[in-house]
Design a protein. Sequence first.
Length: 117
Amino acid sequence: VQLQASGGGLVQTGGSLRLSCAASGRIGNLYVMGWFRQAPGKEREFVAAIAWSAGITYYADSVKGRFAISRDDAKNTGYLQMNSLKPEDTAVYYCASAPPGSEYNSWGQGTQVTVSS
């Protein structure tokens, strides 16, 4: 599976952004799509994930209630709607996919999200 992330940008505190992750290739291997982020000087951290067929979602505590992950089967695209953004959400956001029974093994190129205070 190849992934192309987009939608990052600069937004003020309290604003919103929607990230997209377009998948191509062996879509049948797309069992879970996840979003991760990495801020300068910090390790990459999990943000959210969705089981592609079942639609079950998972969130990090830090974004629960503010972010929403979804997918559009017809477009093979996943989304991360980010609301009530905070400066600490500033990071490069990556989407990733995992096949059944395996770890994430395909990663998008990353998209920068900057939240100004």
